[in-house]
Write a protein that binds this ligand. Structure first.
Ligand code: DGY
Length: 329
């Protein structure tokens, strides 16, 4: 019997892929830095029973229609806005992501970015490296305190909760906004639910962790930045399109808010000459929320496991389109 065909859209560690090789013919776009070209992905999709994708690949109707044998897509991310899940569902294709294993790592990075932005860590490090430090002075690179301030978390899923937990160590007041109330976060962490406007107007640190959907696209716009405190620090670790970048740039330029820490951008990779990156009060990172060696390995393993389970006609561990499982027996 011929083995199922698995296509992996980026170079991953051989050790992690090994179990998949035992049950499938595995083909890889063997580059670490460069995305698989669309035409190669479309060709591979024709043969594939499973695809292990990165968030840089658009898994849309065209791709799904080109993949008659496809049974499972395993996305190396918790977010899945790059995948037309509804259409995959109609086609009976399982879609899997990598929740849980990246929660603490992404929360760590969120808090690191918040601290770096508030305390001007990147600017200060550059200052020293560029030989600009000539004397100690009372307000040299003075930033904003984080401790005892108010953090407002928009998107209170598992990562939001983990960020809130970290904020308790800084004795912060914690506000959150979410589609539904998170009673666990309220009871265990002491977070208080707030309407979006109230959160935006009150918080010193506004942290965006909401997934990208039709509803959240452009959620942070000119109006929202105008409502924030002049000393507010805005942090985005979800997806770039949740923010109107032009509005953010104008708000920072006009001093409507104090600073921004961005791990994500509307277009990635972001160009070095992007207006936001020309501002000293913006800390920009290359979408590294979950990027620790341990967590990326766990994410890769989870993707491979999910593929293996579906190919063996079993329920995958982290399925997005829940209805899919009903057709498995
Ligand atoms: C995710 O998992 O969605 C993250 O954005 C990847 O770092």
């Amino acid at each position: 019997m011929t083995k199922p065909y698995v296509f992996i859209t980026r170079k991953l560690s051989e050790e992690i892929i090994r179990p998949l090789r035992e049950i499938a013919e595995v083909h890889i776009w063997n580059e670490e830095e460069r995305c698989v070209p669309r035409e190669v992905l479309l060709e591979e999709a024709k043969k594939a029973d499973a695809i292990l994708t990165m968030l840089s690949e658009k898994i849309d109707k065209e791709l799904l229609d080109a993949a008659p044998k496809l049974k499972v897509i395993a996305n190396l991310a918790v977010g899945f806005d790059n995948i037309d899940v509804e259409y995959a569902n109609q086609k009976g294709i399982a879609v899997c992501n990598t929740p849980d294993v990246l929660t603490d790592t992404t929360a760590d990075l969120t808090f690191a970015l918040l601290l770096a932005t508030a305390r001007r860590v990147v600017e200060a490090a550059e200052f020293v490296k560029n030989g600009k430090w000539k004397s100690w002075s009372p307000l040299l690179l003075a930033g904003y305190d984080v401790h005892h301030k108010t953090i407002g978390i928009v998107g209170m899923g598992k990562i939001g909760e983990a960020v809130a937990k970290r904020a308790t160590g800084f004795e912060m007041d914690i506000l959150y906004h979410n589609r539904s109330r998170n009673v666990v976060a309220e009871e265990r962490i002491g977070a208080s639910y707030a309407a979006l406007d109230e959160l935006i107007e009150t918080a010193d640190f506004i942290v965006c962790l909401t997934p990208l959907t039709e509803e959240t696209k452009g959620l942070f716009n000119q109006e929202s930045f105008r409502k924030m405190k002049k000393s507010a620090v805005f942090i985005n670790v979800s997806r770039g399109p949740v923010v109107d970048e032009d509005a953010l740039y104008q708000a920072l330029l006009a001093g409507e808010i104090a600073a921004a820490g961005l791990d994500v951008f509307a277009k990635e990779p972001v160009e070095a000459n992007h207006p936001l990156l020309t501002l000293p009060n913006v800390v920009g990172l290359p979408h590294i929320g979950s990027s620790s060696i341990e967590t990326r390995a766990a994410m890769m393993e989870l993707c491979c496991k999910n593929i293996e389970l579906v190919l063996k006609h079993k329920q995958p561990k982290t399925l997005i389109n829940k209805g899919w499982g009903l057709s498995v027996n």
